[in-house]
Design a protein around this ligand. Structure first.
Ligand SMILES: Nc1ncnc2c1ncn2[C@@H]1O[C@H](COP(=O)(O)OP(=O)(O)OP(=O)(O)O)[C@@H](O)[C@H]1O
Ligand SMILES: O=P(O)(O)OC[C@H]1O[C@H](OP(=O)(O)OP(=O)(O)O)[C@H](O)[C@@H]1O
Ligand SMILES: O=C(O)c1cccnc1
Length: 500
């Protein structure tokens, strides 16, 4: 395997079928037809009540200078699957389309577009795979992190996942997503450098094993650092680890900042209580107890119920791998395509399950909030040319599948979520700083009713279709039915019948 191409690019970070389809569009001369594609997911991850949208910065970074390098084209040629004229076209290709998305850190829901690509069918098709790759992962991890933030309140959350992540890229971008979702710091030093995320950490069991006893290890560490957290569970937490930590802290006095101790095994509730008592009676009531060991929002909740004396949570595996749901099922679907007469024609994908039938046409998502306190009323998915701010006599919102579930809201604000990020290939959006994104996510989560925020069995947040969007969908379903009937009739001929 060789990754040492000087001119390696991300243009081939796509599925082969995208390039195959692109070649068809190109060879048939329809590649410049316009289309609109929308990215959405059908189910919220972890059965959470919301998701935290993340990944936009990398999407922009990926798209803005995307091009096929000489070695990319040479490789495609070697596969003998592509036409020379098509390869010539790709050699000078640049993304010239438009991308719209919510601000990173925005709270988003199932069955609403969370990213929209408008451009030629060729441009939109090429970038599908990478965009899904980025947004699915980062949104998943940011949401998992938000669930952990929910259970710890304002305690400290440290991200320790790099060693368990699905490779290096996942570690670094997962760390960024975790920070957006509510983590305070990371152990990944490169993430500190490239994203300016605070770095933090303690030490490993190796230090104690190398010195062969707790006291010598802690002493050596204390003599070489100002801020210290001692890992006290290598041999026996209560009988050797904590006594050694206390002894060193007393001996070093003001020469160190004794932040506290970390425990990484055993019954964390029982042990943390014992550790707390020992630290308090030794005169260190402010020393913190850090806990780690396969923690997630469920074990943390349980530990809190047991009144565990834990102040800081170090979390790796279950965060960075999104252990209980390792993928967000975001999809990217074409909703409108230009026909041979230059008109945009909306398109639908039919399924036997109502939830899986796509919503045709270019749409906007409007966040509807109560004017008096900014609290959430629901999201309103409308056709692009609609403006719910101008609804007379209140806004009718109804469930897109169970249409009898409806309400009319008055005295509301409506805020469009999809904003221009890249227009005709040019970045028109100033990417916010990471800390601003993180703060924004926390504020948006705060604006949700508690019923949508709880981790277990949250209420379903209303994501409603406008009447226009709903009628449009019904018309297209009817058209598809007629089309299928016609085809079936033709195929059946005069005397064959299909009894399905
Ligand atoms: N009081 C507790 N209540 C609920 N879960 C706990 C409690 N204490 C620890 N856990 C969790 O139990 C899981 C496993 O702990 P277990 O005791 O089997 O492993 P361990 O202590 O790491 O063992 P080892 O000594 O081999 O490292 C971890 O996910 C840990 O976070
Ligand atoms: O448990 P996680 O949530 O995945 O958090 C990361 C884990 O990584 C470290 O263990 P590891 O055994 O790799 O090394 P160490 O104990 O020697 O530091 C650390 O002690 C945590 O237990
Ligand atoms: O700093 C720590 O304590 C740490 C870092 C990575 C993994 N586990 C623990």
């Amino acid at each position: 395997m060789s990754l040492d191409y000087q001119d390696d690019s991300l243009a081939l970070h796509t599925d082969a079928y995208q390039l195959s389809m692109m070649q068809t569009y190109f060879m048939k001369g329809i590649h410049n037809r316009k289309a609109v594609y929308e990215l959405f997911f059908r189910k919220l991850p972890f059965a959470n009540g919301y998701a935290v949208f993340a990944g936009l910065e990398r999407v922009v970074d990926y798209v803005k200078d995307l091009s096929f390098s000489a070695s990319d084209i040479a490789y495609l040629r070697e596969t003998e699957q592509f036409d020379e004229q098509f390869l010539d076209y790709l050699a000078t290709w640049r993304f010239k389309g438009t991308i719209r998305a919510p601000k990173e850190g925005e709270i988003v829901f199932n069955n609403e577009p969370i990213l929209q690509v408008e451009g030629t069918i060729l441009d939109a098709q090429l970038i599908e795979t990478a965009i899904l790759n980025i947004v699915n992962y980062q949104t998943l991890i940011a949401t998992k992190a938000a669930r952990m933030r929910y259970v710890v309140g304002d305690q400290t959350l440290l991200e320790f996942g790099t060693r368990r992540a699905q490779e290096m890229d996942a570690a670094i971008w997962g760390t960024r997503a975790a920070y957006i979702g509510g983590f305070d710091a990371t152990s990944n030093v490169r993430a500190g450098k490239v994203f300016n995320i605070p770095i933090s950490g303690t030490h490993a069991h190796a230090l104690v094993q190398i010195y062969r006893n707790d006291y010598d290890a802690f002493k050596a560490y204390a003599e070489t650092h100002r801020d210290v957290v001692f890992l006290v569970d290598t041999y026996d937490t209560l009988r050797s680890g904590v006594p050694a930590a206390i002894r060193v802290a007393k001996e070093m006095g003001d020469r160190i900042n004794f932040i506290g101790v970390r425990i990484d095994s055993g019954d964390l509730a029982y042990i943390s209580k014992g550790v707390r008592k020992m630290l308090d009676s030794a005169g260190f009531p402010d020393a913190k107890i850090v806990a780690s060991n396969d923690l997630d929002e469920t074990t943390i909740t349980s530990l809190k119920m047991q009144d565990a004396k834990i102040d800081t949570w170090g979390i790796g595996t279950k965060l960075i791998t999104a252990y209980d749901q390792p993928a967000l099922g975001g999809v990217y679907k074409v909703v409108s395509v230009e026909n041979e007469r230059g008109e945009m024609v909306d398109t639908i994908k039919i399924s036997s399950s109502a939830e899986k039938i796509s919503n045709p046409g270019k749409k906007q998502v409007w966040r509807i909030t109560r004017r008096k306190d900014g609290k959430s009323e629901g999201d309103y998915v409308a056709m692009w040319d609609e403006d719910p701010r101008r609804a007379i006599g209140g806004l009718l919102m109804f469930h897109p599948v169970n249409t009898y579930v409806s309400k009319t809201v008055t005295d509301y604000d409506a805020r469009p979520l999809l904003r221009d990020i890249i227009v005709d290939g040019e970045v028109v959006y100033t990417l916010p700083k990471l800390d601003e994104i993180k703060k924004y996510a926390a504020e948006r989560i705060d604006a949700l009713w508690l019923e949508y925020r709880r981790n277990l069995n949250p209420q379903e947040y209303p994501v409603d279709l406008s009447s226009k969007a709903w009628n449009h969908k019904m018309n297209l379903i009817r058209n598809v039915r007629n089309y299928v009937d016609e085809v079936a009739h033709e195929m059946a001929g005069e005397d064959t019948e299909y009894h399905g």
